[in-house]
Design a protein around this ligand. Structure first.
Ligand code: MN
Ligand code: MN
Length: 462
């Protein structure tokens, strides 16, 4: 008996993507990642991602969806949900009643949001109060350069956009931390207590207006500058959404440039590949739908998150254009919930069950279930659908692996998969492994990003 041959035939064979890809494919992968980095730098918030997506889609011939419009195969439409989430659809050749192919990713990322009354002065230093958004390790958000992005709705109803800290010539902002010399007490605290939410105040100024008397002259100077630039008064902050995000740009990591470090990989690293896969799809068999959603990081609630009915309404309205019942479409549909999973970090091996963890450069991760505490909070895809997706990837030379978010009792997390599965859609998580997820600077491997693009493309064009 040839033991070597038997092992090859019977055991699982895993290989690093760089051992499997041709030089030509690696070149294509690197080129794709240049586009991805540019997206990362231009779309740091959900609003900026939607804006980027619309601009891109219009170049590819997409037009706004209108309820009741007449549609035929090959037509491309998009639905903009309040400038914070977007859906694309390419009409397929098959009757829509046979179902659609959905890829759903999210474009919101953990960050610091300004409170509704953010501005104050303390000992002639001006600061903004914040309330963090999503799951963060608070200490990671101190002493890094931050930029401010968002919108302010003024008393007259007009809206101004804010984007400051991204241009090389712009000032940036930051959250301070206590100097080590005086941190004896702080250093005794555990990581979740060492920096508390109320201490995530952003430094924004220190120059008082010249005056013989009066208090709050630094704050007044800041308000004067903001009034000159944006025409706002302090009350206008109450109707603003301003997000503080890391001001640094996406960069290649490593001497070999094989990885990308950036803010917001979770989940732009699935949003960009799924959007580009949709852009590159022309007249698929089944109608393809790509969703870039908001509010995933806070539990998907709200009218721009996937717990709301906006996806269902869109599919009902799309089905209506063909005189088809919306629920028939949903029940026959399939979805890749395109979100990240944890990548194995050699510095922190203890949280991983290595047999069931995702590794960098081993391809896109297919995750049958997420959740925590005994598979709570997950849709858990059926073996039949898992097998179908695996075979589709195998048949099209898409490098993939399976992964589970850490050891059974180490923690856990969820995605939008269950909200779409709850609409009676076959759904599974497919995404990119990430190191230091939810940190201001997250890391992914380029080959995994490219395999995500290929996976979404073959799914939409199946
Ligand atoms: Mn995510
Ligand atoms: Mn996340």
């Amino acid at each position: 008996m040839d033991i070597k041959e038997l092992k090859k035939n019977l055991f699982q064979q895993k290989k690093n993507a760089y051992q499997l890809m041709s030089d030509e494919d690696i070149a294509k992968c690197n080129q794709f990642c240049e586009g991805y980095k540019s997206f990362l730098n231009q779309a740091k918030t959900e609003r900026e991602a939607v804006k980027f997506a619309i601009k891109t889609a219009e170049k590819f011939g997409y037009v706004p969806f209108v309820k009741g419009m007449s549609l035929k195969s090959g037509d491309k439409v998009y639905y903009n949900n309040r400038d914070k989430a977007i859906i694309f659809a390419v009409i397929g050749k098959e009757d829509i009643s046979r179902g659609v192919k959905i890829c759903a990713s999210h474009i919101d990322s953990p960050r610091l949001d300004l409170k509704q009354n953010p501005l104050y002065e303390d000992n002639e230093i001006a600061l903004f109060k914040t309330h963090y958004y999503g799951g963060i390790k608070k200490y990671q958000w101190t002493t890094i350069p931050l930029s401010l992005h968002g919108v302010i709705v003024k008393r007259d109803g007009s809206k101004v956009e804010v984007n400051i800290g991204e241009d090389e010539s712009d000032p940036v902002f930051c959250v301070t931390d206590l100097l080590i010399h005086l941190a004896t007490d702080q250093m005794q605290k555990n990581l979740s207590k060492a920096i508390e939410g109320e201490k995530l105040n952003i430094l924004i100024g220190s120059q008082p207006l010249k005056s013989e008397e009066g208090s709050d002259l630094v704050k007044l100077n800041i308000m004067k500058l903001l009034n000159e630039k944006y025409g706002i008064v302090e009350d206008d902050f109450m109707s603003a959404e301003i997000e503080a995000v890391p001001a640094f740009k996406a960069k290649d990591i490593g001497f070999d440039r094989s990885m990308i470090g950036s803010y917001g990989h979770d989940d732009r690293v699935c949003a960009y590949p799924s959007m580009m896969a949709c852009m590159d799809t022309n007249t698929p068999n089944k109608t393809s739908i790509v969703i870039l959603t908001d509010k995933e990081e806070t539990g998907s609630d709200g009218n721009t998150g996937l717990c709301s009915s906006y996806l269902k309404y869109f599919i009902y309205d799309l089905a209506g254009c063909f005189g088809v019942d919306g629920r028939t479409v949903l029940s026959n549909s399939e979805c890749l919930s395109a979100d990240v999973n944890a990548g194995f970090d050699p510095t922190y091996p203890d949280v991983a069950d290595k047999k069931n963890f995702a590794f960098l450069n081993y391809g896109v991760v297919v995750t049958k279930f997420t959740g925590s505490r005994g598979k709570s909070g997950t849709s858990d895809a059926s073996a039949e659908f898992v097998g179908k997706v695996h075979n589709l990837l195998r048949d099209n030379d898409v490098i993939f692996q399976t992964g589970e978010l850490g050891k059974v009792d180490a923690g856990g997390g969820g995605t939008v998969a269950m909200y779409i599965a709850n609409l009676d859609v076959d759904t599974i998580d497919v995404g990119v492994p990430v190191l230091c997820m939810h940190a201001p600077f997250e890391v992914v491997a380029k080959t995994d990003v490219y395999m995500a693009y290929k996976a979404f493309y073959v799914f939409m064009n199946d």
